[in-house]
Ligand binder design. Structure first.
Ligand code: NDP
Length: 257
């Protein structure tokens, strides 16, 4: 008697926000290598996003690109249904897109900038996560899924003299993880956080301090900033079956800080 041929397992379908560069790009390439099909968002750098998509396709992934500015919460709300229409039932979400605001003292941070930081880093993830959970929840007819929120070490150190409102926004994101993890644990949806320390990306130039990784290195126990692929590994683990009993937790990838 011969065994029946195994049915190939369905490929995970994962949405990554802000995947045109930096940590989001590294996550996309790692997940493509791990066998995910991908929905990738970018705000304005279409060429960079196309490059990431090509790299992921070369690794065997189906990839769709979505242009979305998360300052527009209505556009954020349309994203998950658009992804499902393009690729099929979504099994994973990585809330990665984020901004810091300009580096400086707390008294100098304009309130309009703090408002935008909260819109991109907190309100948009709430909107996208609600749509993702509504789609994934087994209580609502979905097949379950996993969500990873990209927070920051800033959430627990407050980032004095640097960007207190950004640190506040990431602390709020940590509670999005905890609350939704517990509310939807019995509905097949796992939610976790990855908290990078300072990582080599363009986010520091946008904050006005392109050399921040080198400047901060002496205060990091490992004496260096991280690389995007070192963050991506933790995300890949949390989205994998190896993490099937892991929810509501935070993996800090910060060189000892
Ligand atoms: P980058 O600035 O390198 O990349 C940001 C990504 O987000 C890009 O894909 C960008 O798209 C997109 N994006 C930016 N603004 C918006 C917006 N308004 N709407 C939609 N998409 C937007 O950032 P990093 O890779 O450094 O950061 C990724 C995440 O990691 C963030 O949440 C950040 O807070 C967090 N983090 C980063 C650390 C670091 O040291 N780098 C440390 C700790 C946490 P486009 O290219 O089209 O502009």
């Amino acid at each position: 008697m011969t065994d029946a041929p195994a049915t190939p397992a369905a490929r995970p379908i994962t949405l990554i926000t802000g995947a045109s560069r930096g940590i989001g790009r590294a996550i996309a390439e790692r997940l493509a290598a791990d066998g995910h099909d991908l929905a990738l968002t970018y705000r304005e750098r279409r060429d960079a996003a196309e490059e990431v998509a090509d790299a992921c396709r070369a690794l065997g992934a189906r990839v769709e690109l979505f242009e979305v500015d998360f300052a527009d919460l209505e556009a954020a709300d349309r994203l998950v249904p658009e992804v499902v229409a393009a690729l099929g039932a979504m099994t994973g979400l990585v809330n990665n897109a984020g901004i810091t605001g300009r580096i400086g003292g707390f008294l100098d941070a304009p309130i309009e900038e703090s408002e935008l930081v909260f819109r991109i880093n907190v309100l948009a993830p709430i909107v996208v996560t609600r749509a993702a959970i509504a789609h994934m929840s087994t209580d609502l007819g979905g097949s379950g899924g996993a969500i990873v929120n990209i927070s920051s070490g800033a959430a627990t150190n407050g980032s004095p003299h640097t960007y207190v409102p950004y640190a506040m926004s990431k602390a709020a994101l940590n509670i999005l993880t905890l609350g939704t993890a517990r509310e939807f644990a019995a509905a097949g949806v796992r939610v976790n956080t990855v908290s990078p320390g300072t990582t080599y990306t363009e986010i520091h130039a946008a904050a006005g301090r392109p050399n921040a990784p080198e400047e901060r290195a002496p205060r990091i126990p490992m004496q260096r900033a991280g690389h995007p692929h070192e963050i991506a590994g933790a995300v890949a683990y949390l989205l994998s079956d190896d993490a099937s009993y892991t929810t509501g937790t935070d993996i800090r990838v910060a060189g000892g800080n």
